[in-house]
Design a protein. Structure first.
Lengths: 322, 473
């Protein structure tokens, strides 16, 4: 309350001094960020993966909640008013960016009427800024290509290196918002880095025997995963991103898979299995439901278990189809 | 505390000096380079120095003034540890100047030291240039707003003598221009080009950074009265609007007027979302409200309650009230009451394939008017519709609607309608629809009501180009 009083007084004061007009512009950007002292930083993330990373870094100094669930198509989350109850009190909103959430997050941000988390406010963090982004379209971008993301493929969190980069960005953000806990967040980050690198060595070793294997995926969710673990994505069940499978494309895909002897089809948990199963039957292949996000299955409770799960599934499928 | 204030003030001094320093430096540099012979130049620079001196003394005065004000502030604001930190924060931009000008200036470096880390952190927010990582910066758009255009082509076949529509028309082309205006507001403008001309359907600025969780909209907007009144034509679940909209709520444009809207989320029992909206408009909305005098404003109030029953099912309830002056005259009031209920079901794992929505809205209109029998009379009319939509698979949606409504001027003229609709989605950005519509419609506005049956087949092509808009909810 005392702060609020000061703020109004500062405003009155600021309008008097011309040199202070700059200060005024920063004023509302800054209110609410510092000095909440001991209370936990309230973090809302767009997806569960970002929540998992934020939890790794924030530990018990933060309270993290994700809007989307792990088994949900992140393009098609509904803008339910109940999410506003979380967003209106958030200190920080972390988004995947690259227009992944464009169909549902912008109206939620506006309606939250929370100044902290408005686009480009100090409490708005676009995690894609820190990540290595693939499939950035060049030349003319049209929707003849389907529902393309003009700024690049937003499924970048499926590369552990990107997970680490995003975690670093989150750690920096946390210590900026809570300077007193900076050392704690830095410690958590370096701890996370150590554990992730170690785990990643294990995952890479497990995937080593399958290096260069060709796979087909349903949606373009896996380019970063494939790049990191040495897979070769040669086709998609969707003819174009966001366009459901067509008979002609399915026939072409079957032909291509037979020619290239591709046996494994990766499908996200929110897509219909009818077409992938038909393709698998025709090509003697196998459908693997891979989880693109933490929480996709009950046992995937953190960022590490996500890769544990997916790699185990993938190994199984490769071994079964060889 | 006082110390911090004084430090803060001294930072301004440094900032001011530095601002002065730039031209000062160049002028002295020039005079050194000048040859002694060029008297004109010398006179010039002397004049310049004089003006600079004037400016400096003016600034010194201002600084003194500021200092005084700071002192007053400090005295008024006696104890309070974090207030000082706040002040340093707000003066951060000045601190930057101080930092760069600091060497040799003997600035209280304690202040800079204190301010700079905070500032560096604050700046890191906006402007961490990330050359290696991050997506394409969307350079093509730069500061351009998001622009979209939605074409809405409608064809009608069959028989309807009461409310005939054209066989084929590009019913509407809606141009949407949306952007964030500044750190405190965003603006949304929707201009619709129709067969009758151009109309700003909506154009408003939304202030998103108000205190106390308030959300303020200013401009022309669809009033927050019920559900269907807020929905744009292209986002309707049917090709047409329900009869009650046409009879009681001003037709296609609905209650759509220039004014203010203030809304806030209210405290509610756990897991309930409760939101109240209050709006004031000029008082001109189609044939519902008419303002003859400036004070003939119309008001709209809306209360919305929402609850997730499970992660896939939710309940959305609302009550609305609108009041304004009608066409008969300034003293003739139309009051509208509305209640709406929606149940949605959408399983998260198969959200793009299956969903179900049931909605019903009730309207009540009380319209003051003149009759032959009694001088002032309030016509009491009731209207409603119920509709359901089911997404069969990724590309097909089916739906049905029942509606019934009196005419706002005559409660005895009751129209009844039934519709069935099929929608096909080639992609998220286009849709093709067919709707069968039966109507039992009142033909004459006179006392002796006679009715006519209408049987029509409507079809619609919708296409979206440009920016990816928000999905309707």
């Amino acid at each position: 309350m005392r702060n609020a009083g000061l703020v109004t007084r500062m405003k009155i004061f600021a309008t008097k001094g011309s040199a202070m007009s700059l200060a005024l512009t920063l004023l509302s950007a800054m209110t609410g960020v510092p000095a909440r002292g001991a209370s936990k930083l309230r973090v809302v993330t767009a997806t569960t993966d970002l929540a998992a990373l934020a939890q790794e870094i924030g530990g018990d100094k933060v309270e993290v909640e994700s809007v989307a669930r792990g088994y949900q198509d992140p393009h098609f989350v509904e803008a339910k008013p109940s999410f506003l109850l979380k967003l209106r009190k958030a200190d920080l909103l972390i988004v995947v960016g690259l227009e992944l959430e464009i169909g549902w997050l912008p109206p939620l941000i506006t309606q939250s009427s929370n100044p902290n988390i408005q686009v480009s406010a100090p409490g708005y963090l676009d995690a894609s800024r820190f990540a290595k982004i693939l499939e950035i379209p060049t030349g003319q971008v049209t929707r003849a290509e389907g529902d393309v993301h003009p700024q690049g493929n937003p499924h970048y969190w499926l590369d552990p290196d990107n997970g680490l980069r995003v975690a670093k960005g989150i750690a920096d953000k946390f210590s900026e918002m809570r300077p007193n806990d900076g050392a704690y967040f830095a410690q958590n980050y370096s701890d996370f880095e150590k554990r992730l690198k170690q785990a990643d060595d294990g995952w890479k070793a497990q995937m080593k025997p399958y290096e260069g294997r060709k796979v087909v995926t349903y949606h373009r969710s896996w380019p970063n995963f494939a790049e990191h673990f040495g897979l070769n994505v040669v086709g998609y069940v969707e003819p174009r991103p966001g366009i459901p499978p067509s008979p002609q494309h399915t026939v072409d895909l079957i032909g291509q898979m037979k020619r290239d002897s591709v046996r494994v089809i990766l499908v996200e948990p929110y897509f219909d299995l009818k077409t992938p199963n038909a393709v698998a039957r025709d090509t003697g292949g196998q459908v693997v439901v891979m989880m693109p996000s933490v929480g996709g299955e009950k046992e995937i409770t953190d960022y590490f278990k996500l890769f544990d799960y997916d790699i185990a599934k993938l190994k199984q499928a490769f071994d079964a189809t060889h | 505390m006082k110390k911090a204030l004084v430090l803060c003030a001294s930072l301004f001094v440094v900032g001011a000096v530095r601002a002065q320093g730039v031209p000062d430096g160049t002028s002295s540099g020039q005079s050194m380079a000048d040859t002694p012979g060029s008297e004109k130049n010398a006179a010039n620079s002397e004049a310049r120095i004089q003006t600079l001196e004037q400016q400096v003394s003016m600034l010194a005065e201002q600084v003194a003034l500021l200092r005084g004000q700071l002192k007053v502030l400090a005295d008024a604001k006696a104890p309070g540890g974090d207030a000082g930190a706040r002040l340093v924060l707000t003066s951060a931009p000045a601190a930057v100047n101080a930092e760069s000008a600091a060497p040799g200036n003997g600035v209280s470096s304690a202040a800079t030291r204190e301010a700079v880390p905070v500032l560096a952190a604050a700046q890191g927010v906006q402007s961490t240039p990330n050359q290696t990582y991050g997506g394409a910066s969307g350079n093509a758009r730069l500061l351009n707003p998001d622009i979209s255009l939605i074409g809405d082509f409608i064809g009608t076949a069959g028989h309807n003598d009461v409310t005939p529509s054209r066989s084929l028309e590009l019913h509407e082309s809606e141009l949407g221009v949306q952007a964030i205006i500044d750190p405190y507001a965003r603006a949304d403008v929707f201009i619709s080009f129709g067969e009758q001309g151009v109309n700003v359907e909506e154009g408003y600025v939304t202030f998103t950074s108000l205190p106390a969780g308030l959300l303020l909209k200013v401009g022309k907007m669809r009033a927050d009265f019920g559900k269907v009144n807020t929905i744009h034509n292209h986002a309707l679940p049917f090709i047409d609007r329900p009869l009650a909209t046409n009879n009681l709520l001003g037709g296609e444009d609905g209650i759509d007027d220039a004014g203010f809207s203030l809304s806030r989320i209210l405290p509610a029992p756990k897991d309930w979302f409760l939101e109240a909206t209050a709006q004031v408009f000029r008082g001109d909305s189609s044939d519902v409200f008419h303002s003859r005098e400036r004070q003939d404003v119309s008001t709209v109030g809306h209360l919305r309650a929402y609850k997730d029953l499970s992660e896939s099912t939710n309940l959305d309830l609302g009550i609305s009230y609108a009041r304004g002056h009608n066409e008969v005259g300034s003293n003739f009031i139309t009051s509208l009451y509305g209640a709406d209920a929606t149940i949605r079901w959408k399983p998260l794992r198969r959200s793009i394939y299956h969903s179900f929505l049931f909605r019903t809205e009730l309207f009540e209109s009380l319209r003051d008017q003149l009759t032959l029998l009694d001088f002032l009379h309030s016509e009491h009319v009731f209207g409603m519709y119920s509709s359901a939509e089911y997404r069969v698979n990724r590309r097909w949606t089916v739906g049905g609607r029942f509606d019934r409504s009196g005419h706002s001027t005559n409660a005895n003229l009751i129209d009844t309608g039934l519709s069935a609709i099929v929608t096909y989605w080639p992609s998220e950005f286009s849709q093709i629809r067919g709707q069968y519509r039966y109507g039992h419609l009142a033909t004459s506005p006179a006392q002796n009501a006679s009715f006519d049956n209408a049987n029509e087949l409507l079809f619609q092509f919708l296409f979206v180009m440009g920016a990816h808009g928000a999905h309707p909810f």
